[in-house]
Design a binder for this molecule. Sequence first.
Ligand code: SF4
Length: 389
Amino acid sequence: MPSTVYWGSPHQTQLDHKETLPAKLDLILEKLNISERVKDHRVAIKMHLGFNVGYSMIHPVLVRRVVEAVKAEGGKPFVTDLPHSVATAAARGYTAETLGCPLYPSTGIDEKWINVHPYEYCQMTEFHMGGAMEEATFLIDLAHVKGHPATSWGAAVKNISLGSMDGITRSAMHDVSHFEPYFFKEKVADEAMRVAIRESCPYGAIVDDLEDPDGLHMHFFKCNLCMRCQPVANGALVIRESNFMAFLEVVNIAAKLVLDTFEPGNATFINVATHMTPVCDCFGFTGLPVLPDAGIFASDDIVAVEQAVLDATANMPIVEENLPGMMEVVAREGHPWQWIHGPAKDPYKALEHAEKLGMGSRDYELADVLPVTKPDFKQIAYIQAAPSD
Ligand code: SF4
């Protein structure tokens, strides 16, 4: 049976606040029966609170609607994110006063509030999960949808994955892209060739290997697979999908570990697809949106809600004039997020992997909580437009 994904369109019929996203979020929260379900629960509202001068994360007006719904029947909410984002959240409008509940760092003030979860993947053997996530008995994953250089996009899965782990684990997760060898120094003729390979990348994705003077190291998140390096590398540097997909998979694994700490039915997922910038909120600034607003999507199924957002945005072309000058469309295949971050960072394949992990189902039905209609202007008593000369 398909999972239900509730959807609030960003469009409206009437010029009425009841048809705007805060009101539609209220309808979605009612459909999810949040107030009743979280009664007496300690509710973690996991967000990305951004950094520095970013202003495109989920607006406090929307967060407050969620907090009020949680508190309506006695739920005890707190908003949580990584320590550096929580510590500076007030500068971006997120305070206990504006949100209506406290804000706690997910891994503690100094990232020492963690529990160790054994799990083997590539070089990793354990994940250090934030204590705030584990002390909560109900999770509301309240995620902003945006592009991301490492995964092509970020939403509900990424929000609870990296955002619930300490710095040691986040760093190790990024390193899984290096697990499969990609640089073969025996194919490098001399130092001039090694330097030429490094300098062939306009994005600075290829750098010196600090542990090997004859080596090169890849920053996979900076690589958009433009392939300019390939004629120069002549087989010494291999750009293959598996190195990129390893990171997308480990993101799923960390999210699954988080979800497994909650009783079945005690987690729900809300994706807010507005002001979708090309890169993550952790960059600490807000650029122009590169996809049109798609509204709010919510479900008890994290895979379904991610699939619904991807499907809703799949045929929206990237707004190329809004890309920063140093970004480019490298391929017009796959999802628009792949156009700018690289075809190997396939968000659909990542969801297939999430489904295999048992996180949810890609099969869903979309339920529009307030459909938009087009009025028949002929039937409306209205001041007629003046005839043009
Ligand atoms: S494929 Fe393009 S972005 Fe990636 S390392 Fe090579 S030159 Fe750099």
